[in-house]
Design a protein around this ligand. Structure first.
Ligand SMILES: NC(=O)c1ccc[n+]([C@@H]2O[C@H](COP(=O)([O-])OP(=O)(O)OC[C@H]3O[C@@H](n4cnc5c(N)ncnc54)[C@H](OP(=O)(O)O)[C@@H]3O)[C@@H](O)[C@H]2O)c1
Length: 242
């Protein structure tokens, strides 16, 4: 395992908080980045107090002009052990998303991730890792969420390409295709399958990173589910309310 801090981008997300807690429990120092600095500071203080780690908070807002703000903080410092991209936002229901929503959804879920990860690459240890939290929504376009799904599909493809580029000579890249997780993002959503517990999801992500997986479904049950969904012939698929 490479030395150094792990930077979590979108550290206020439900999944990221669980991931940060798992790492902190192991004594891992963290850089916690979020668009709300006070909220990121609360997470950092809580983890430092509970687990005695060094946790620093940093403003990180894809909507601000000097994005990605975290870069100046890392200049000249020791390399990071890893970077986790946890930021994501759901668009309005398909057919109801206007141009601003579409622009924001594609930027926040995809463009902002690419800009940040490309900028941060030189700051990551060559034996370190990069994790991108993508989604099963990107595996086959569905009527309910295809704007979000298309942005996540682009993020997955970016992660695969980066993995290919860095193979054998840079940090390992793990694209995590998350199924439904019980989080801020899914609270109150009716009709879907019940979500996985964030703590279990966090542990599975850490295992996948340590195993050097390039792409992984979390929870694992989503692998066969999505395989089936991808293979369904169009006339059958189009009749499904998924
Ligand atoms: N939950 C699921 O079922 C599920 C399924 C598949 C994939 N994922 C992906 O997993 C990742 C973590 O999601 P989660 O479930 O933990 O969701 P979450 O709790 O809603 O967290 C979303 C994160 O993205 C940040 N964010 C949202 N819009 C932003 C914007 N415009 N600018 C900057 N930051 C923004 C949020 O910041 P604030 O805290 O400041 O709002 C928060 O840190 C996301 O990439 C999500 O797409 C989740």
């Amino acid at each position: 395992m490479a030395p150094g801090r792990i930077a979590i981008l979108g550290a206020t997300s439900t999944v990221a908080r669980a991931l940060a807690a798992c790492y902190a429990r192991e004594g891992q120092d963290l850089l916690l980045c979020g668009r709300s600095l006070p909220e990121a500071e609360k997470v950092a203080q809580d983890l430092s107090l509970r687990y005695g780690i060094a946790a620093e908070a940093c403003l990180f807002d894809p909507d601000l002009p000097d994005y990605p703000q975290v870069l100046w903080r890392l200049e000249g410092g020791p390399p990071l052990q890893g970077v986790v991209w946890a930021i994501g936002t759901m668009s309005a229901a398909a057919g109801e998303a206007g141009p601003d929503d579409i622009r924001q959804t594609t930027w926040v879920n995809f463009g902002a991730a690419v800009a940040a990860i490309e900028g941060l690459l030189p700051a990551v240890h060559a034996k370190g890792f990069i994790v991108l939290l993508s989604s099963v929504a990107g595996e086959r376009g569905r009527r309910k969420n295809y704007v979000y799904g298309a942005a996540k599909a682009a993020l997955t493809t970016y992660g695969q390409g980066l993995n290919h580029r860095l193979a054998g000579r840079g940090p390992r890249v793990t694209v995590v295709q998350l199924g439904v997780v019980d989080s801020q993002m899914t609270w109150g959503m009716a009709g879907g399958p019940s979500g996985a517990a964030p703590e279990k999801v966090a542990k599975a992500i850490i295992r996948a990173v340590r195993a050097g997986r390039g792409r992984v479904h979390v929870p694992a049950v989503w692998g066969p589910i999505m395989l089936l969904l991808r293979l369904l012939p169009e006339p059958v698929f189009n009749r499904l309310q998924v």
